[in-house]
Design a protein around this ligand. Sequence first.
Ligand code: PLP
Length: 388
Amino acid sequence: MQKQLLFLPGPVTVAQPVLAAQARPLINHRSRAFAQLLERVVEGLRPAFGTSEEVILLGSSGTGALEAAIANLFSAGEMLLSCAMGAFGERFAAIARAYGCSVEALETPLGAALDPLALERRLAADAQRRIAGVLLTHNETSTGVANDMAAFAPALRAHGAITLVDSVSGLGASEFRMDEWGYDVVVTASQKAFAASPGAAMVAVSERAWKRIAGARLPRFYFDLSRARKAARDGETPWTPPISILYGLDEALRRYHVEGAQAAYARHARYAGAVRAALEALGFTIFSRPSAHSPTVVTAYPPASAGAKALLELLRERYGIVLAGGQGELAGKVVRFGTMGDISEGDLLGAIGAIELALHDLGVAIGSGVGTAAAVESLAARVTSGVA
Ligand SMILES: *Cc1c(COP(=O)(O)O)cnc(C)c1O
């Protein structure tokens, strides 16, 4: 098979040492060696959450942790305010509905970030405090939009509802301060900005949220967070954990901290900026609004004469460059270019060059090197100015 480079917004290109770590012999998950592995992984993740609270590790993809958040925090019939800005926010709301919560949607136009003022107004109007929880997305991977999570904090705190944050494609790639901003439950997963394989999800839970969990009545078993916390205190997980994935995540986190969190945030922002510059130069239309761009994924309409589906197929089959398509109402219309994972600037420029070749193949008239030049200019400018 031809070599492929993943520029998906998960799973991402995983570094060779991380893959090698996953190939280690298995160990007993009721052992000192496993307890040490678990502790290292949790300690490695804590700064990314910006928390000193407990971080619970689950054997699942990110969606399992979203389900755990709902199932552990609420009781049937409780009202939740969904602040969805795209497909992943809709998924979070759908989980809540599946569990029998009553979900109200605060609408945001696709491509925009959640408006802090709209959220503030809705919460201020809830004088009776009927809203028990607020569902938020840090980074909406379908539209390529990032929320300013600090901006929502004062209104959320004033209201007092429990706040649940899907930061599956945000954490590790941009600053998040769970404790300082006062968020209660924050969810992420192994296969996005931490650049490991899929299979592990993590949930950080505030003290206030643990109190609520004790009284919440929705059914839960596999994803029982109290049970997971109890086991974690003994250096274990309640059920067999994805040991190989955790070996990989451990190595990925080690590499992450060698780079440094601030450098990782800067890298994602630089890459996303270069991708946007290149795609715009090639006639794409960026879907996210100017003030709302995500550092981890760029969603864009291809030039009118190149269909998204044909372009993605050519890139994959002829050039070994794997981008993602659209989701929900954007299915078949857009491409999504992920900036997470073990990708170098050279890899990035290679992918942009491949997009130029694929556009040529599809008969789209563009000057040779136009996208690559824009990307080089963007990357070089930010290197010399030191701004990310
Ligand atoms: C990837 C992702 C998820 C989780 O998806 P899984 O396939 O279950 O890991 C959830 N929310 C967002 C914003 C994501 O990007």
